[in-house]
Design a protein around this ligand. Structure first.
Ligand code: PTJ
Length: 242
């Protein structure tokens, strides 16, 4: 039992959600460790959404609204922590959702699909249809759906590894990362990097999509033109004070 007034209650509840997902076979063993790394960075950024992340969230919303074929990539941690927000964001954008796992097993992919369906997602790609391959990538993450990530022009990649992020960029896709580590290769390679905790960032991204939805394309393009990911990462790094 976590006391109501515990100063780090939210963080501890998130940990419990991840462990619950682990017990249900959604999260890999390694996913627990990856979460710990995220927690450490979140502690350093003050466990709140900082200004540079808000700029990245706005740019991400603009990019997703401008995309012709956006896809949200979901791994075990993302499914366990934020299935409902992923479902809501996909609905707002009318975009596809694809399961893509680093430590891929067909059993876990199937469980994640079921979990996403329970959260309201009608169609989940990347489970039975991951026949296409991302070139020059050798991890299990190379396996993608033609209908989804393979043909997407914009991919939201929360908690990604650097190799695949780089490969997606090379394929000409606009990539939007959510990663608490501003120093990671994913953070540096993505076009837009939201350095924030996933379950805080997604609701803010949904709000921003709702706000920008009725703006014309020129307005959305001007947001992207003004956005500078390198600068945003540098601002985040300074906030952490490395
Ligand atoms: O489900 P699978 O098989 O695809 O595996 C998923 C993990 C996350 C285990 C896999 O992608 C992995 O090993 O990731 P990495 O390379 O450890 O990178 C995860 C990144 O996400 C790290 O930079 C963490 O700091 C960051 N991170 C962890 N938890 C969160 C986070 N960023 C935002 N929100 C979080 N909750």
């Amino acid at each position: 039992m976590i006391p109501e007034n515990h100063p780090r209650r939210k963080s501890l509840l998130l940990r419990e959600r991840l462990i619950e997902g682990y017990k249900r076979g959604l999260v890999s063993d390694e996913g627990l460790i990856a979460h710990g790394r995220g927690e450490a960075f979140d502690y350093l950024i003050g466990e709140r959404t900082r200004e540079p992340a808000k700029k990245a969230i706005k740019a991400a919303a603009a990019a997703l609204l401008l995309a012709k074929n956006p896809v949200i990539s979901v791994n075990g941690n993302v499914a366990a922590l934020a299935a409902e927000s992923v479902a809501e964001l996909a609905k707002e954008l009318n975009c596809k959702i694809e399961v893509n796992l680093f430590y891929r097993t067909e059993d876990r992919a199937g469980r994640i699909e079921g979990h996403l369906r329970n959260a309201g997602v009608e169609k989940v790609l990347g489970v039975k249809d991951a026949y296409a391959r991302i070139p020059e990538l050798f991890s299990e993450r190379r396996k993608v759906s033609v209908e989804g990530i393979y043909l997407a022009d914009c991919v939201l990649i929360p908690l990604e590894d650097g190799d695949r992020c780089e490969a997606l960029v090379k394929m000409g896709k606009r990539t939007i990362a959510i990663d608490l580590n501003p120093l990671s290769r994913t953070a540096r390679k993505a076009h837009i990097t939201i350095v924030d905790e996933l379950t805080r960032a997604l609701p803010l991204l949904i709000e921003e999509v709702k706000k920008l939805r009725y703006k014309d394309k020129a307005h959305l393009k001007s947001i992207l033109k003004k956005y500078n990911n390198k600068k945003v990462l540098e601002e985040m790094r300074k906030l952490i004070n490395f």
